[in-house]
Design a binder for this molecule. Structure first.
Ligand code: NAD
Ligand code: ZN
Length: 360
């Protein structure tokens, strides 16, 4: 047995308004006046001065607004890196990602690619990164993905949707300020929140489960139930708790794995560009055979919050397209082994998977 020795985020600050401490936190990390901090900020905040006026810009620091309409791509990472190299006198002092999982993943990948040669697609996989990334900070503005704490950055490349999983991927610093999530639209709140819920269900019912993952997963699952099924929390309490549920959910899968919903959601996303949170919901809705209790509660949450999932997403697909999704999903071996055990190939055949996709 080879036990994983995985890195954790070394510094984290939590609290409503803690974003105001960003300036003092990063000041000691400035390498020179020509080595700027580059902020990768979700463009939803472009006209939101409540947030952007508090971004502490000095010297050559700059904000790059990025759309998260589509999930990060390897080509996008390479473009941002090139743009930074061409527009800065010295290698930046740090990259600061402000946004949801998309922006956090982009920031992680860019910080890696500023110190590693070649294209980001060369590093999709496990432990392929050679040099430490530059200093990078993650500031989530929507809660659920666990990207703020994870050892991966999920990118869609020309051949596959796969993470850059490495010891250099995790943030050096995370700022958890739940107030930043106050304006997330309800549907997005639900979809990204359900990403956390599904992380917990898949981790807790997987064959890779151990006490480390279980303790984090159980806490996060309890928080999700409180947030999405009880009526007792104030909006502030709910924001605070979902931010911590996301963190704990991420910690839980760090030492286990996700499962069926994630494998299938990757296929959907690769072929159709369906985003991670909603993709998980679309798939999870049909997985009662694998996660009976989890799916039952999910359906209750959906009704309680009046969420209508898109229908007939796979209705028009042809044979070739189904096969692409099936191939992508089945290539994620650890997810299936975690979900269904060592003999997973006997349980999840391409035919079975196709039947599931056809329901979506
Ligand atoms: P997201 O980053 O894609 O953002 C979703 C939407 O919410 C966007 O339209 C964005 O503009 C908006 N938004 C974000 N913050 C807002 C705010 N405060 N107010 C109003 N609108 C706001 O959403 P996500 O679900 O957090 O992230 C999904 C991405 O995370 C995917 O790319 C997925 O692959 C990735 N992911 C990564 C990991 C990891 O461990 N690295 C884990 C899970 C998912
Ligand atoms: Zn997820």
């Amino acid at each position: 047995m080879n036990f994983k020795n995985f890195p954790m985020v070394p510094r984290v600050i939590f609290g409503r308004g803690s974003f105001n401490q960003l300036s003092e936190i990063i000041a000691p990390k400035r390498l020179s006046i020509n080595a700027p901090f580059i902020y990768l900020v979700d463009d939803v905040f472009k006209s939101n001065s409540w947030l952007t006026s508090r971004v502490p810009l000095s010297y050559e620091d700059k904000i790059i607004y990025v759309s998260s309409k589509e999930e990060p791509k390897t080509s996008q990472v390479d473009d941002v890196v090139e743009d930074i190299i061409l527009s800065t006198k010295e290698r930046p002092s740090g990259i600061i990602g402000i946004g949801g999982g998309s922006m956090l993943d982009l920031a992680k990948a860019v910080s890696i690619m500023l110190t590693n040669e070649g294209k980001s697609q060369d590093y999709q996989g496990w432990d392929l990164v050679k040099n430490p990334a530059i200093y990078h900070v993650g500031i989530p503005t929507v809660s659920g993905t666990g990207a703020e704490v994870s050892r991966t950055t999920i990118l869609t490349g020309p051949k596959i949707k796969l993470g850059i999983n490495s010891d250099y991927t995790p943030f050096d610093q995370v700022i958890l300020d739940p107030e930043l999530t106050k304006d997330v639209p309800k549907n997005q709140w639900f979809y990204t929140g359900m990403d956390c819920y599904v992380h917990c269900v898949e981790s807790l019912s997987g064959t890779y489960l151990n006490a480390f993952s279980q303790t984090y997963g159980e806490k996060a699952l309890d928080l999700c139930k409180e947030i999405f099924l009880d009526d007792t929390l104030t909006p502030q309490e709910s924001q605070d708790k979902l931010m911590m549920a996301s963190w704990h959910g991420g910690m839980s899968i760090a030492y286990s794995q996700v499962g069926v919903a994630h494998a299938m959601s990757y296929g959907l996303s690769y072929l159709l560009g369906v985003k991670h949170g909603i993709g998980n919901c679309l798939v999870f809705d049909h997985l009662e055979e694998y996660y009976p209790e989890g799916v039952k509660l999910f359906k209750q949450m959906k009704v309680k919050h009046d969420i209508e999932l898109p229908k007939d997403v796979c209705a028009e697909l042809n044979e070739e397209e189904f096969n692409i999704m099936i191939d992508i999903a089945l290539s994620l071996k650890p997810l299936w082994e975690n979900a269904l055990g060592k003999n997973w190939k006997k349980i999840m055949t391409p035919k079975k998977l196709r039947e599931l996709y056809q329901k979506i």
